[in-house]
Design a protein around this ligand. Structure first.
Ligand SMILES: CC(C)(COP(=O)(O)OP(=O)(O)OC[C@H]1O[C@@H](n2cnc3c(N)ncnc32)[C@H](O)[C@@H]1OP(=O)(O)O)[C@@H](O)C(=O)NCCC(=O)NCCS
Length: 329
């Protein structure tokens, strides 16, 4: 899929819970060590929401911050898309709760389920809506309360994930800013590599499923690892080629913050200089759909983005799914 169009990002926002859970804290919960977690994943700490909050609360704060950043009112939004695997409820959608919380009375709202690729899937969905002139201004949010679906007795997964939310607003523009390229993909044959086995219509929640801890994330990390390195490498190589960028004209790659070894192995071979790769997984862990918009917002607020910068967003995750998008700031 490919589409060149006049679309720009006009605002970004994010929210990270105050509570920091360090690797040393996790050493007290499961049999692990700071050294193992840092060398195997690059993660030192992550943020965890408190009991009073859910995904829609984090998403709403990130959304309000994006509106402030853009100088827009909630009524200016035509559509809110929330990417999440930790919706507050099966239904209503988390996007509807955000719409209520921020008072976006003119906006349609729905969630997108594509796991860690969810934010880029949602961004591309928003771009397609703008291209078809269905709306003028769209809020795209990635928000996750992964601590709520993490098995805190499973050391192979609980060290990896964190909570947070990021948002951006896109709108149609005459020229200047552009979407240079996007690509989406899926391979459902790998659906058992990363899943929550129970709690859906396949295996409804029961005393037994809870006892078996089947309502938590199960991941075949080892099997995913090699696939993930190749997928990230192929996606970035394809995005550079198809958007006509060179290694010099590429300003930033914002990868899904999954594991420093995966990102390093994928991008080193492509000779993308490390200073062009935006990383924050040491502080926040893997926040699934929230990881890319949080990283973008940090870059924006640190004043590191300038007009004309070329940014590649790239993600993959459960499904299996993958997605890339190249935009000019
Ligand atoms: C999860 C991941 C970090 C594990 O790293 P790894 O190097 O593959 O580690 P392994 O799973 O091979 O485990 C190696 C050993 O460490 C142990 N181990 C696992 N978790 C541990 C932990 N937190 N602390 C200490 N030891 C741990 C294992 O039991 C295993 O021990 P063994 O050799 O005695 O059996 C890595 O596989 C990964 O990042 N996978 C991809 C994840 C991914 O792409 N997910 C997509 C989500 S978007």
């Amino acid at each position: 899929m490919e589409k060149k169009s006049g679309i720009k990002i006009v605002g970004t926002g994010s929210f990270l819970p105050e509570k920091v859970l360090t690797n040393h804290d996790i050493e007290k919960i499961v049999d692990t060590s700071d050294e193992w977690i840092v060398t195997r994943s690059g993660i030192s700490e992550r943020r965890i929401i408190d009991d009073s909050m859910a995904t829609s609360d984090m998403a709403s704060i990130a959304a309000k911050r994006a509106l402030d950043n853009a100088g827009l009112k909630p009524e200016d939004l035509d559509f809110i898309i929330v990417a999440t695997v930790t919706a507050d409820h099966y239904f209503p959608s988390t996007a509807c709760l955000v719409q209520k919380n921020i008072g976006a009375v003119n906006a349609a709202a729905c969630d997108v389920s594509a796991a860690c690729s969810g934010f880029v899937y949602s961004l591309v969905t928003g771009i397609a809506f703008l291209n078809s002139k269905v709306g003028d201004r769209i809020m795209v949010i990635g928000a996750e309360a992964l601590s709520r679906i993490t098995d805190w007795e499973d050391r192979s997964t609980c060290v990896l994930f964190g909570d947070g939310a990021g948002a951006l607003i896109i709108e149609r523009c005459e020229k200047g800013s552009e979407v240079l390229y996007f690509s989406l993909g899926a391979d459902g044959t790998g659906s058992d590599l990363l899943e929550i086995p129970a709690g859906g219509s396949r295996k409804p929640a029961s005393m037994q499923t809870v006892e078996n801890r089947e309502h938590y994330i199960k991941m075949k990390g080892n099997e995913l690892f090699k696939w993930a390195v190749k997928k990230m490498r192929d996606l970035v190589a394809d995005a550079i080629k198809q958007s006509g960028l060179t290694k010099d004209s590429l300003t930033y790659v914002i990868p899904h913050q999954v594991n420093i070894r995966i990102i390093d192995a994928a991008l080193k071979r492509l000779k993308v200089p490390i200073e062009k790769v935006v990383l924050n997984l040491d502080k926040y862990g893997n926040t699934s759909a929230a990881s890319i918009p949080i990283a973008l917002d940090e870059l924006n607020r640190e004043g590191k983005l300038k007009k004309g910068d070329n940014i590649i967003f790239v993600a993959f995750g459960s499904g299996l799914t993958w997605a890339s998008c190249v935009m000019k700031w």
